[in-house]
Design a protein around this ligand. Structure first.
Ligand SMILES: [Zn+2]
Ligand SMILES: [Zn+2]
Length: 280
């Protein structure tokens, strides 16, 4: 996790062959600096994969992609929304997928699925490489049945624990409609709601949980970790690794497993993607 919180989100997923940025919601400068801490220069990125168009997920990309022509992978509505905001209009390297599609970037198989959130076409991801898998869901109001099905196979899950319900209700700075939006079925997961999603996955292959997208004012890592640990205790799963990502620093590197050496084939260009240059 390069950084995660209500003010900006970005993560790096890598194998020996492939480096993908998930969202670019930190300043370009921070993205470059934090990638550097992971030993990656931006020109080595195989792509940026977008969950949705909100600023805390895309704000650094205009500058980053002007300097480095990194392909952006997202669905058509998300690309359109970003360009309608006057962002990335010069960018030509779009790779458009359909929500629900499964495709490869180098040796990583990417599964996409819709998540309920107040964006044009927000998605979550499951990444498969070798025999291991990673689930990635931030910015969602609730977990759909399909989403939990898709995540049963993952060993590591990145999930948002956006707010503590009490802190949000008592927050003097947020007007009522904003609180309503955050708590709605198209808003964000509270600590408790995230714990319930994790509980549903305990019968699957899950071994590690990484919490993220914490609200600055309405949550703390202690509260988020506390809610999830309480659940794990209740379910007799205290051995599970839980980590809370923050806004301000790069998380430790989470090693998911080994990928097999050997040939791989990227499928996106011919099968699921068309370059959207000029047509958006
Ligand atoms: Zn967000
Ligand atoms: Zn969002």
């Amino acid at each position: 996790m390069l950084g995660s919180g209500s003010a900006g989100n970005s993560a790096l997923i890598a194998t020996n062959h492939c480096k993908i940025l998930i969202d670019g919601g930190l300043s370009a400068r921070q993205l470059v600096l934090r990638l550097e801490q992971c030993g990656v220069t931006p020109d080595k990125l195989d792509g940026v994969l977008l969950t949705h168009e909100h600023g805390d997920h895309v704000c650094g990309l205009e500058v980053l992609c002007r300097k480095f022509a990194v392909p952006i992978y997202c669905n058509a509505l998300t690309a359109e929304a970003i360009r309608n905001d006057g962002c990335l209009n010069e960018h030509r390297n779009w790779r458009i997928f359909h929500t629900g599609a499964e495709f490869c970037i180098c040796d990583i198989v990417v599964q996409t699925f819709p998540v309920p959130h107040d964006a044009v076409d927000p998605v979550g991801f499951a990444f498969h490489a070798g025999t291991r898998a990673l689930g990635f869901i931030t910015d969602l109001g609730y977990a759909t049945k399909m989403l939990t099905e898709r995540l049963r196979e993952v060993h590591t899950l990145v999930i948002e624990t956006n707010h503590d319900e009490k802190l949000l209700q008592n927050d003097p700075h947020r007007p009522w409609p904003v609180k309503q939006r955050i708590q709605s079925r198209h808003g964000h997961l509270s600590n408790t709601a995230a714990a319930i999603v994790i509980e549903q996955l305990l019968r699957g292959k899950i071994e590690r949980v990484v919490l993220g997208h914490l609200s600055r004012d309405c949550n703390t890592p202690e509260l988020a970790l506390g809610a999830v640990r309480a659940l794990l205790e209740k379910c007799d799963k205290t051995g599970m690794e839980v980590y809370c990502a923050t806004q301000f620093e790069v998380s430790p590197r989470f090693c998911l497993g080994e990928t097999k050496p050997g040939p791989f084939q990227s499928t996106f260009e011919n099968v699921f993607f068309q370059t959207a240059a000029g047509s958006l």
